[in-house]
Structure formats: structure tokens, C-alpha cells
Design a protein around this ligand. Sequence first.
Ligand SMILES: [Zn+2]
Ligand SMILES: [Zn+2]
Length: 150
Amino acid sequence: MQITYRCPECGRDNRADDIEQRDALVCSGCGHAIAIPPQAIEASHVRRCVVCPSHELFVRKDFPQRLGVGIVVVGLAASCVAWGFAYRFWTYGILFATAAIDAVLYLVFTDCLTCYRCGARYRGPGVTQRHEPFNLETHEKHRQMTARSS
Ligand SMILES: [Zn+2]
Ligand SMILES: [Zn+2]
């Protein structure tokens, strides 16, 4: 199982493989070590986040959100330009192509598991089983907890 997480000490993004075989995560920037609690990961099941003490994780597409938004923005801008020149065929063609690219990317990218609290992402076979998709109420609860503690 692979994890990507943000170091709570220095804020650097880290990636580590085979975390079920490790007992600690060490930041590549500042060397800060996070001990992985013994029963946190059971086979391919993440019982709790190893970076923060949260038990709540959700399943989502492992899709760089900025890329998705970027494609839509470029597609819309291009179709507006075509519309401005009264190229009706191109307007619909570009809109259709934008939607098609988004749909293909959505299929290509697999699911990953994300921590509500610290945003750590877990990837690996079977990692998303026994976890629920994103829930706004849970997200809101964690957002408020984070706001209160900082
Ligand atoms: Zn660090
Ligand atoms: Zn976490």
C-alpha cells in the first residue's frame, strides 16, 4: 500500500510505499518520523489514518482536481471563442470533446482512500473496500474540529 501525505512538521508532501510493512513514516524534508500504530493497517484495510488520529476516511477518484478543472475551463473558453466566430459546429464539437476527455480520465484514474482530517491518501489493491464515499457531514465535522484546534 502506498501513502501520500503532508508532513505535519514542515508541510512537505511525502510518498511512501509498502506502509503495511513499515513501523514509521519519515519525512524526506525534515526527517520528522511518524510512528505507525500497530493495528492501524490490517491486510489491505486501513482502520485508522497513520498520520493523524482520525478513524474516518473516504473513497474518491485519485484524480488531480486542478487538471479536471483546467480541462473544463480550456474547453469552455475555446467553445466560447468558436461561438463568437459563429462556428456552431466547432462550439458543440469542442464541448463534446471536453466532456469526452473528462469521462475518459475519470475511467482511467482509480479510486484512492483519503483521510478527512489530514488529507493523506492511500492507494493499493483492495484499499477502498469497507470504506464509504465522501460524506459532507463528516467533512464538515472535521473542518470545524481543525478550525477549533488551530
Ligand atoms: Zn517534514
Ligand atoms: Zn489523517
